[in-house]
Design a protein around this ligand. Structure first.
Ligand code: FES
Length: 105
């Protein structure tokens, strides 16, 4: 079971055990990570699940969809090079021990 290290906007770390196949958004909600709202419940339609991932993971995950790319422009916090919608990223062993930052709104 991979460990995901969510970093909230105030710097608090939430290290949680995540199930492969669940999304980062589901994992964050199940563990009450602050700052992940997920208004659209994972439909990639609200951008309230915005997170910032490390560069090396961005490369490993491959290109994001055009729709997700467009939606990230509507995130409340400024977009960064590691920005993703956490509802569109599935947990896998490749994500073990990564830091997932929740940007300040
Ligand atoms: S939960 Fe709405 S875009 Fe991810």
């Amino acid at each position: 079971m991979p460990t995901i290290r969510f970093l909230s906007a105030d710097g608090t770390e939430f290290a949680v055990e995540a199930q492969n196949g669940r999304t980062l958004m589901e994992t964050a909600l199940e563990n009450s990570v602050p700052g992940i709202i997920a208004e659209c419940n994972g439909s990639a339609a609200c951008a309230t699940c915005h997170v910032v991932l490390p560069e090396e993971i961005m490369l490993a995950l491959g290109p994001i969809s055009e729709h997700e790319n467009d939606m990230l422009d509507f995130a409340e916090a400024p977009r960064e090079s590691g920005s993703r919608l956490s509802c569109q990223v599935k947990v896998s062993d490749a994500l073990d021990n990564i830091s997932v930052r929740v940007p300040a709104a």
